[in-house]
Design a protein around this ligand. Structure first.
Ligand SMILES: NC(=O)C1=CN([C@@H]2O[C@H](COP(=O)(O)OP(=O)(O)OC[C@H]3O[C@@H](n4cnc5c(N)ncnc54)[C@H](O)[C@@H]3O)[C@@H](O)[C@H]2O)[C@@H](O)CC1
Ligand SMILES: Nc1ncnc2c1ncn2[C@@H]1O[C@H](COP(=O)(O)OP(=O)(O)O)[C@@H](O)[C@H]1O
Ligand SMILES: [K+]
Length: 498
């Protein structure tokens, strides 16, 4: 099953069409009831717990007041309702104000002296137009220090649902442990600051018929998007069946980078793996003697899928190797120093765009260099930046970071795996090696990028579940974990094909 992500404009459109065919207020009734059920699940069995409901001036506040009215029958509910600039509430929010007012919820302007058992954040949803300020900002500042669960309605107040940026400058947003989002899921809950602020995301469609939904802006990347490429190994397979990968890089002092990429390619199933060094490198890898070490200058780039860039440096030899790799017909994964060399050379850019058949794996700084932008501009709209990279360089673009964005043509996906354990040197080399390995095994560019990114994040998640990280997780531990995850996926999804 695909997991679609919709822009705010799309959600507004779906809501308008659906509301036109329903009695007024039905959608807010449904949102309030679903969110109250979710809150009850978080509270667990029992009654009389302290629930703090923060309600803002718009319909997000209306949702919160509906939740307050439902929960007040069982819990001790305190409501702080910010009424804003005095504009009239909508019909449904006015009704929610009445319902909550008629319930046993207590309305107050002050925060309770003791920390509650649960906070409901209904300050702002998709209608936020400027950074939080004044009383709203004070409330968010305080609840962000609480240790109790915080359930955000639709999205954490202060977050941009399209981009996952905290609305700024100098913005603040609710750090929710859980988010229940309405009508459809939103990209901003899964990338940039979204994963930090939204916590666990649940989607409730409010019973709106699927035929009222437009094609999604993006998809959340899950194995369903690349499962058709997973293959169980045939009994009669040989190493030639699974392709050759060469990691090209490793200038003096940076030989570890291609070795990490090579191990990742090996452990995710490539048939033969080479490390091709720009400068004379080690004769062999004593930890991983399966990897064949070569000098890049003499390597036949037409014989392998090429992963260009790990520790490649900026020497004339590196440029020469890059040019030669571009002249081959081999599929390319372009990472790290190779991306920086391309960013500095209009000639390399033109050659790349003409040849195609490449996955680019920039982190935000490399992306900024390629696009001639700053990192804050890239991060302010990661989906747009990935789109632009893919279009400009005729490639599949993988914009790395929390909620890696993968783009190609008009397709965009946001990855759903990974954790901050990956924020350590060398994990990017491992990702590039995995993508190269999948390409060498015959996966198309788009699926190799989706699958590689998903697998890399899932490997880190598996290590963390086992107590290995996030603090101190090392890049070298990822390939073995990626192997385990890949074999599990194959057992779950693959049909054997000859
Ligand atoms: N209309 C519907 O059918 C439904 C709406 N839903 C809820 O409605 C929300 C959207 O409602 P709204 O469009 O009213 O938007 P919001 O409730 O997100 O906020 C809009 C209000 O906040 C004010 N505002 C925006 N930024 C501010 C800031 N920084 N400081 C102070 N005030 C600020 C605006 O002037 C406006 O009064 C969704 O996120 C969702 O929670 C759900 O109930 C589902 C159904
Ligand atoms: N906070 C984070 N959450 C999830 N993934 C992360 C986080 N930080 C880094 N990563 C991932 O780790 C990898 C780091 O790659 P990169 O920055 O190229 O590192 P290096 O060049 O040192 O190998 C990328 O796949 C990136 O998406
Ligand atoms: K909210």
């Amino acid at each position: 099953m695909q997991h679609p992500l919709f822009s705010v404009a799309q959600i507004r459109g779906i809501e308008r069409t659906a509301a036109a065919g329903l009695e007024p207020g039905i959608l807010m009734d449904r949102a309030g009831r679903a969110a109250a059920d979710h809150a009850a699940d978080l509270l667990g069995p029992g009654t009389g717990r302290a629930v703090l409901v923060l309600a803002g001036p718009g319909n997000n506040g209306g949702d919160a007041l509906e939740v307050a009215a439902h929960l007040a029958a069982r819990e001790q509910v305190t409501v702080i309702h910010l009424r804003g600039d005095g504009a009239q509430p909508s019909f449904e929010t006015a009704r929610a104000i009445e319902r909550a007012g008629a319930s046993s919820a207590t309305f107050t302007d002050a925060l309770p002296s003791a920390e509650p058992d649960l906070v409901i954040d209904g300050l702002f949803g998709i209608g936020l137009t400027r950074p939080l300020e004044g009383r709203g900002r004070e409330l968010v500042d305080t609840i962000n220090e609480y240790g109790c669960p915080v359930l955000a309605l639709d999205l954490p107040s202060g977050l941009d649902a399209d981009t996952g940026a905290v609305v700024g400058p100098d913005g603040i947003a609710v750090r929710a442990s859980h988010t229940i989002t309405f009508i459809g899921d939103k990209p901003g809950l899964h990338t940039n600051e979204g994963r930090e602020y939204a916590g666990q995301v649940a989607v409730v469609g409010l019973d709106i018929s699927q035929d009222q939904f437009p094609p999604a802006t993006a998809l959340l990347s899950t194995p369903d998007l690349f499962a058709h490429c997973l293959r169980a190994r045939g009994q009669n397979a040989n190493k030639g069946t699974f392709g050759n990968v060469a990691i090209v890089g490793g200038a003096h002092g940076m030989t570890g980078a291609p070795m990490l990429g090579a191990r990742a390619a090996l452990f995710t199933g490539a048939g033969r793996v080479f490390a091709a060094f720009v400068d004379p490198g080690p004769a062999y890898d004593s930890t991983q003697p399966e990897v064949m070490c070569r000098l890049a200058g003499g390597f036949d780039f037409g014989t392998a899928t090429l992963v260009l860039g790990p520790g490649m440096g900026h020497s004339p030899d590196a440029v020469r190797d890059l040019l030669r790799a571009f002249e081959s017909a081999s599929p390319l994964v372009i990472d790290a120093d190779a991306l920086n060399l391309i960013a500095n050379s209009p000639d390399l850019q033109q050659r790349l765009t003409q040849r195609g058949n490449a996955i680019l794996t920039p982190h935000p700084l490399e992306a900024a260099r390629l696009l001639g932008m700053t990192v804050p501009i890239v991060q302010a709209d990661r989906l747009a930046a990935a789109h632009e990279l893919a279009a400009r360089f005729n490639a599949v673009a993988v914009l790395k970071g929390s909620g890696t964005v993968i783009a190609h043509g008009d397709q965009v996906a946001v990855n759903s795996t990974g954790n901050p354990g990956l924020a350590t040197a060398g994990t990017g080399d491992v990702l590039a090696g995995i993508c190269g390995s999948l390409l060498a095994q015959g996966w198309p560019l788009w699926e190799a990028a989706l699958g590689g990114v998903w697998l890399h994040g899932a490997a880190a998640d598996r290590l963390v579940r086992r107590g290995i990280g996030p603090i101190g997780l090392t890049a070298g531990e990822l390939p073995l974990a990626a192997r385990a995850v890949l074999n599990e996926l194959v057992r779950r999804y693959a049909r054997r094909r000859s």
